[in-house]
Design a protein around this ligand. Structure first.
Ligand code: TXA
Ligand code: MG
Length: 350
């Protein structure tokens, strides 16, 4: 299959190009499209066969459910049985945007989408190309991130092409994703909402809107054994570049000396070392392939750059990556969650 990349600079005047992708969705095909978080791999959420194709193309484990993307609140009512007040309030405040809300699903949602769960995660993306695509298709679109399973999520059309070339007919190119990490996944099926995956909508923002929120303990700690998880996505290796990642956490001075010493040790052992640093620290390292995620006090900037940098280390062909931890506040929690998972929770605490 030949994969075409269609650049969309103005969704309104290029509605014809988007129409073509929308038609593919209606016909039961899988297409990649931009969202404000990361690129998605979309299919008609109401078509079990089309959804099945997503799992094949992505190489995704069958028990990991997909998020359903909508462009109109009425679609949400169709996909769920009952929407509690608090959920409506959050949607009113944060949609369109990087928040996925999990509720009991309606009979309309095929089991293929939810991987057998009786709940469904829904979000209304903010990217104009995503919204136009959903509008034109006239159906909700199920979409995971458009990477091959296990790889860092794609934040540009080129990342998608790297992973999906020859596997899907069309990639809509809507430029670099703003947020850069996936949506916040919030389970609202219980008494108190629980963040299963941190993202662009922070715990602080949800707390302020509702007065309460919990963070699932597995956001920053690995699962032990066969314990039951609330979100199947927590079980899998994620966001991993080819080289192993070690996440180094602690006081900035200690962190810099640790990374310098470890870099020297690895180089002596004949290894190519990647260092994932920040603007404030990058000059403190004398050797290795050094990349900065941005200003350590601007977590949104760090989030926007993280996955692109992880993919860059693949190009640089490093053998090991030493990554600096950042503060787990605001969007910083999402950044740390992705880094901890990319590292398989190999975290050095100083
Ligand atoms: O920003 C995003 O959310 C992107 C863009 C494309 O919208 N999508 C995305 O999808 O990140 P994916 O499939 O890569 O991640 C979905 C996550 C997984 O961890 C999955 O386990 C969880 O959401 N999830 C989906 N439905 C769920 C449900 N009903 N219950 C619990 N977890 C669910
Ligand atoms: Mg993903």
């Amino acid at each position: 299959m030949k994969t075409r990349v269609i650049k969309i600079t103005d969704p309104k005047s290029q509605s014809f190009d988007i129409k073509e992708a929308a038609q593919l969705i209606v016909d039961g095909e899988v297409v990649a499209f931009p969202t404000e978080t990361v690129y998605g791999l979309g299919a008609n959420a109401l078509d079990a066969g089309a959804v099945q194709k997503i799992f094949e193309v992505k190489g995704r484990p069958g028990d990991n459910p997909l998020i359903v993307h909508i462009s109109d609140i009425s679609q949400w009512h169709d996909l769920t049985d009952e929407i509690p007040e608090d959920a409506l309030l959050l949607a009113g405040k944060f949609w369109p945007g990087p928040l996925t809300i999990i509720l009991k699903k309606s009979d309309r949602v095929p089991m293929e989408v939810t991987a057998g769960l009786n709940t469904v995660g829904v979000r209304m993306p903010a990217h104009p190309v995503a919204r136009e695509l959903i509008n034109q298709a006239g159906v909700p679109i199920a979409a995971p991130s458009a990477n091959r399973s296990g790889r860092p999520s794609p934040t540009t059309a080129l990342h998608v092409l790297d992973d999906m070339d020859g596997r899907i007919p069309v990639i809509l190119d809507g430029g670099k994703a703003d947020v850069g990490v996936e949506s916040t996944v919030l389970d609202m099926t219980g008494e108190i909402p629980v963040i299963l995956r941190p993202g662009g909508i922070t715990p602080e923002m949800i707390e302020e809107a509702l007065g309460h929120v919990r963070i699932d303990p597995h956001v920053m700690s690995p699962l032990d054994g066969n314990k039951k998880v609330r979100s199947p996505g927590m079980k899998y290796i994620h966001y991993a570049p080819k080289a192993p990642v070690i996440l180094v956490r602690g006081d900035l001075d200690k962190l810099i000396s640790y990374i310098n010493e470890e870099t020297q040790r690895q180089i002596n052992a004949g290894k190519r070392v990647g260092i994932l640093a920040t603007d404030q620290t990058i000059k403190s390292y004398g050797q290795g392939e050094r990349l900065t995620m941005g200003d350590r006090h601007k977590p949104r900037e760090l989030a926007a750059n993280l996955f692109g940098r992880l993919r860059k280390f693949d190009e640089l062909d490093v053998d090991i990556i030493l990554a600096e931890a950042v503060e787990e506040k605001g969007e910083g929690l999402a950044v740390m969650n992705r880094m901890a998972r990319a590292a398989g929770f190999h975290i050095v605490d100083l």
